[in-house]
Design a protein around this ligand. Structure first.
Ligand code: NAP
Length: 256
């Protein structure tokens, strides 16, 4: 019997966990797709492909040529282009699909949040007086900080920021989540951080910095998500597994 083929667009811990769960089933053939941004990708439980598809059209062609049965968009909530492409490719190919999107973080009592639309607005929101900033938005966008050199920046990323920033007062820490509360408190105390800049990524792996900020009284400048691409979505790996079962049920496949 032909196996059911599932393409997972990944780059998140959830994509990896979902792939690991689906890999247990011998009626499924899973392929996990990465953009190729990380120099040393973590080991994965299923076969992997790396690199873009060439836009929505390229992705639709890829899905149809290899006769995929289902697409799961489990990319990061801030990976907006690939999610828009995925929604368009689903429309074009008519393939079954779901998006796995973590719920957003919401401020809790004791949090000092200032929500902005993007990273340049986050840097502007630091204001003129020098601050000690934990810039936890990844290496690709860190250069935006160069317009406000009066602040100290602690820049955390998986791979080095290259080229390094043209800032006088900057330190780099290379690390990948999940992060612990103890670790985040230690890091923030060591660098006397008073302001965190973070995307509203959601999920647990990166949440510890928000908790640490709350406990240390740091201000948190939070970059809001853009509206999600139009695709049926679930919030957890468990819900994704249920939705996949439903979408692959014989009745659904027959369009009943
Ligand atoms: N943005 C973040 O904050 C963030 C954080 C953690 C992890 N990530 C992960 O890093 C990857 C890149 O993020 P991004 O924000 O640069 O993406 P993006 O701006 O949405 O995508 C840019 C292009 O990269 C390619 N691409 C992205 N994800 C892909 C995937 N999983 N498989 C194959 N091609 C992919 C696509 O190229 P083509 O148009 O040529 O197909 C896409 O048009 C994503 O897979 C995401 O899950 C992103």
């Amino acid at each position: 019997m032909d196996k059911t083929r599932i393409l997972i667009l990944g780059g998140t811990g959830e994509a990896r966990r979902l792939a690991a769960e689906l890999a247990r089933r011998d009626d499924l053939e899973i392929l996990l797709s990465f953009a190729g941004r990380t120099e040393t990708p973590a080991p994965q439980p299923v076969p992997v492909r790396i690199g873009g598809f060439g836009g929505a059209e390229g992705l639709a062609d890829f899905l149809m040529a290899a006769r995929y049965d289902l697409l799961v968009d489990a990319t990061h909530p801030f990976a907006e282009r690939i999610s828009a492409n995925a929604a368009a490719a689903v429309e074009r190919s008519g393939i079954a699909a779901i998006a796995l999107v973590r719920p957003e973080w919401v401020p809790e009592p004791g949090d000092h949040w200032h929500t902005v639309a993007d990273i340049p607005s986050a840097i502007a929101a630091l204001g003129p007086a020098p601050r000690r900033v934990f810039l936890a938005t990844g290496r690709q966008s860190a250069y935006h900080a160069e317009v406000a050199p009066q602040h100290f920046y602690l820049v955390r990323s998986v791979d080095p920021v290259d080229p390094p920033l043209t800032l006088a007062d900057v330190e780099y820490v290379l690390d990948r989540g999940p992060f612990t509360l103890e670790g985040e408190i230690e890091l923030m105390r060591k660098h006397r951080i008073d302001t965190i800049i973070t995307k509203n990524s959601g999920g647990s792996a990166a949440y510890a910095k928000i908790e640490a900020g709350r406990l240390l009284g740091a201000k948190c400048i939070v970059i809001a998500r853009a509206p999600a691409a139009a695709m049926r979505s679930v919030e957890t790996v468990e819900a994704a597994l249920e939705a996949i079962d439903h979408l692959l049920s014989p009745a659904m496949k027959r369009g009943v």
